[in-house]
Each structure stands twice: as C-alpha cells, then as structure tokens.
Design a protein around this ligand. Sequence first.
Ligand SMILES: Cc1cc2nc3c(=O)[nH]c(=O)nc-3n(C[C@H](O)[C@H](O)[C@H](O)COP(=O)(O)OP(=O)(O)OC[C@H]3O[C@@H](n4cnc5c(N)ncnc54)[C@H](O)[C@@H]3O)c2cc1C
Length: 307
Amino acid sequence: MNSEVISQIDKNTSAKILLNESLKKHTTYGVGGNADLIIPSNKIDLKNIMKIASDYDEKITILGSGSNVLISDKGIKGITVSLKGALDQVKVNGGKLYAECGARLGKVVKESIKYDLIGLENLVGVPGTLGGALIMNAGAWGGEISQYLKSVEVIIDNEIQNLDSSDIEFSYRNSSFTKNTILLSANFELQKSNISEIKKNLIKAQDGRKNTQPLNKRSAGSLFKNPDGNSAGKLIDEAGLKGLSIGDAKISTKHANFLINDGKATSKDMLKLIKKVRNTVQEKFNVLLELEVKLIGFDKNELGGLS
Ligand SMILES: Cc1cc2nc3c(=O)[nH]c(=O)nc-3n(C[C@H](O)[C@H](O)[C@H](O)COP(=O)(O)OP(=O)(O)OC[C@H]3O[C@@H](n4cnc5c(N)ncnc54)[C@H](O)[C@@H]3O)c2cc1C
C-alpha cells in the first residue's frame, strides 16, 4: 500500500494497522498471502479510512471473519479492512435487535435467544460476522438473515446512510449491495416466543450441522450454491469426487460440497481443485455449478471463467 495512505490513516484515525499481515490467520480456510490490514475502532474511523482511500485512489477490500472467502497466495493489493472483532455492539429492546456488522453472528443469535426472540436461531453455528452474513444472505435450516431485517446502516460514497430492507434485494446466498458499500450496523424486528419452540429449532440446526458437516476441518462451508431443484453436494458425490485432493486441498469425505484445507494447502491447489470439480460435474451432468465462496486477489487469467 502507498506509504502516504498509511501515514494518513495513522494520523487521522485510531485504527490498528498491521502491515504485510498473513491472511492465513484471518480466514477459516487458513490460506492466502499477505495484506496491509486495517482494523478500525469505530464507524468514524471506518468513514475516514474510506475517504483517505478514495482520495488516494487506493483499492479497499472488506473482510469479516473470512469464513466465506478464498484468498490468493499473492494476497490482496491496496487496503484490507478487517471488521472481525471491531464494531461489535449488540443491543435488544423489546422485539428490536440492533447489531453492528463486525459482531459475530453467533453473538447476535445468542442475544436474540436470551430475550426469547424467535427467527434467528436457525443460523446457530454459521461462523462469520453480521456484515458478511448480510452480504451473503446467510441461511440455514429454512432461515435466512434477511427475513427479519428492517434496515441497514452503510457507507456509500464516503457518506453514512440508512437503507430500508425494502431497498435491498435478497436471494439465495446473494444480496444487491453494490461492491463499494460497507455495512456498518443493522436493525431487526423479531417476535417474542415460547423458549421451548426456539430451543427445538436450535437443537435441530445444531444436530443437523454436527451430523453432516466436517466441523473439525478448515473450510468455508458450502463451496458451491445448490443449483435449482438439485444439490451441489449430491452431484459432486455422484461424480465420484468425494475425497479427491490436490496437495492438501481436499473434497471432504463427510460432505462433498465442503472443500477443506487438510494441512498446508495453498490457494493455487484449492483453485485447481475447484476447477476440476466444476468441470467434472459439468461433463457428467451438464450442470455448471456456481461458487458460493468468494474469490479474492486472483488474476483474471487464473480464474478461467470462475468469478
Ligand atoms: C463450517 C462453516 C459452516 C458454514 N455454514 C454456513 C451456513 O449454514 N449458511 C451460510 O449461509 N453460510 C455458511 N458458511 C459460510 C459463511 O460462514 C457465511 O457466508 C458468513 O456469513 C460469512 O461471514 P464473514 O464475516 O466470514 O464474511 P467474509 O467471508 O469475511 O466475507 C464475505 C463477503 O462479504 C463481504 N463483507 C463482509 N463484511 C462486510 C461488511 N461489513 N461490509 C461490506 N462487505 C462485507 C466481503 O468483502 C466478502 O465479499 C459456513 C462457513 C463455515 C466455515
């Protein structure tokens, strides 16, 4: 990153600056090269960082917990802002839940349950921050984070703005937030319910996850989205690809739609394996799988049609 940008951020904010930081520590896959990582201490810091970056025409990448990203071995150019552990307030008032976007989704779910509020408990066990969950429209066991959303506070064009949930389109693991939108906080409206009903949903989600997913391995959850009316895991399994590996990158034997880092995998090997799986499924079933995991820092020529 431009040293003048660093010095401006250092001078004008109280953000933590980690130069040439390994991103292996900041992603659940545990792969990826280095980046200049900035951790803001509050919203105003974040707004100032955005302004400095735009004044110097510096590219910004936002990371939550890095639980849905595959980052190149070459790392990320420009500024990488990490919100994990930053901006993490959660407050409940009646049925209204307010949370900042760096808060762990697990903390948001826990608070909702503490106040007997129903609706978010299906998301128990989804790692990551609230911001990442909203960008991805994270969902599990029939629930999606967008379901009870009322509004989102964002930075767009260096200004803090509020968006009503009706201004945002959400679909299966997708949202209409533009690339340059930074999510700061969100408001949800939830209903009070019987705690035994909430616990029933909670246990179903926890057990389902434990029984079907390789939770002791480094992954980013589902690799591909399920195609309409089909299951990506089933197609990969039926193509005979369970357990396939390139280096330490491996298709889980427990769940075929989980790509895992089984040791010291590189992003290069992870990407090679993704392409191999996608091509094989297309050849066998004529279905082109779409990635759920976001690829960051790769050159266009490395991606070969992936995005
Ligand atoms: C074991 C395991 C199980 C999983 N199970 C599920 C599941 O059941 N359902 C599901 O939906 N997902 C699941 N996931 C995937 C992942 O946890 C979710 O997508 C999660 O919501 C991503 O949040 P994050 O903070 O880690 O986002 P990151 O991976 O850090 O980022 C994801 C995207 O969001 C952007 N982003 C993050 N925060 C912000 C922000 N504040 N403003 C703007 N952009 C931002 C990033 O730039 C990136 O494009 C699982 C992952 C793992 C490892």
